[in-house]
Design a protein around this ligand. Structure first.
Ligand code: GDP
Length: 209
């Protein structure tokens, strides 16, 4: 009885994001020095829901909205931007998906000076596949720091999640593999802290004014 309530963990690196702009090519990207964290994931991975969770508002559309994946969408926060990218599928890409990768995504990932990290979003129930393998193979020589976010963590038990995180770490060779649930609102503090501490903060202490 009368147990003291645990103070809620503070989302000290929470970003209040707002939609800034969309771009179809490199010329359309914002021309400033704000750090950018890009987000890729196949359709239905939970990417829009994740962006909304980080933003704490419904700024990205969820599920089944045609045309939403045609562009790079930029969402601005106080410390950095999130950049929502079209779905990927390197080994199986075809038609318009292939041309958007070649026309826009590849140049963005290969040349964008603002880019500080890439989140690869996957449904927690999916395995690391050839598509993710191909993506990493392409990213690694280009020096893009990457992390995996496993969404829909509410679909598995805690122990299954730990097991899956370890498996994905092993398969990807990436150290940063995090799990989130938008339903249960878990994992966001850890993800926001990771993004800020690992990718954004170093750019701020690097002498930029
Ligand atoms: P996107 O295509 O990658 O942008 O995926 P969406 O964000 O549109 O999500 C696809 C579906 O997964 C939607 O029906 C979401 O409601 C659902 N979803 C996303 N995140 C979660 C989550 O953390 N838990 C559960 N249970 N469902 C989720």
């Amino acid at each position: 009885m009368n147990q003291p309530r645990q103070p809620a963990k503070k989302r000290r690196n929470q970003q209040h994001l707002r939609f800034l702009t969309s771009a179809v090519d490199m010329q359309g990207c914002p021309q400033d020095s704000s750090p950018e964290v890009a987000i890729v994931g196949r359709s239905n991975a939970g990417k829009s829901t994740l962006i909304n969770g980080i933003a704490s508002s419904r700024i990205a559309k969820v599920s089944g909205t045609p045309g939403k994946t045609r562009l790079l969408n930029f969402f601005q926060g106080p410390n950095y931007r999130l950049v929502d990218m079209p779905g990927y599928g390197f080994s199986a890409r075809s038609g318009s998906e292939q041309s958007s990768w070649q026309g826009m995504i590849e140049p963005y990932l290969a040349t964008r000076g603002n880019l500080v990290g890439l989140l690869i979003v996957m449904d927690v129930r999916r395995d690391w596949s050839q598509d993710e393998e191909d993506l990493l193979e392409w990213l690694t020589p280009r020096g893009v720091p990457s992390a995996v976010v496993l969404t829909k963590a509410d679909k598995l038990s805690r122990s299954e999640i730990v097991k899956h995180i370890n498996l994905i770490k092993q398969q990807s060779g990436l150290e940063a593999v995090l799990a989130t649930s938008s339903l249960k609102r878990t994992g966001f503090i850890e993800l926001e802290d990771f993004i800020f501490e690992t990718w954004v903060k170093p750019t701020q202490t690097g002498g930029e004014t």
